[in-house]
Write a protein that binds this ligand. Structure first.
Ligand code: ZN
Length: 101
């Protein structure tokens, strides 16, 4: 049996104290940067279809000179394989925990 690794973000709701700090320390960018990335992707997808890539996430990373390798692998590991998946898989859990800031 392969070991199924749970997506890290699925545990986010339960984290607090030191565990939450550890989660935040392991993020590929600051918490508010990830929140802004999610908001940016949501705004872009309001007028455009997802083309099954991370094109808008990448644009945000480029414009903000972020580390694409690290952020892309974090998004992928959490189910964000393309922009619409970032919104479907990551945004609700993220916002439930951190609100809209
Ligand atoms: Zn998509």
């Amino acid at each position: 049996m392969p070991i199924l690794r749970k997506r890290e973000i699925e545990n986010l709701e339960q984290l607090s104290g030191e565990e939450l700090e550890a989660f935040l320390d392991l993020l590929p960018a600051a918490q508010h940067t990830i929140s802004e990335l999610i908001d940016f992707v949501e705004d872009e997808l309001y007028d455009a279809e997802c083309n099954h890539s991370l094109q808008f996430s990448m644009r945000y990373m480029m414009e903000n000179r972020l580390d694409f390798g690290k952020i892309t692998s974090w998004l992928n590991n959490n189910g964000g394989y393309c922009d619409c998946k970032v919104l479907a898989e990551i945004a609700p859990i993220w916002r439930a925990k951190f609100g809209d800031d």
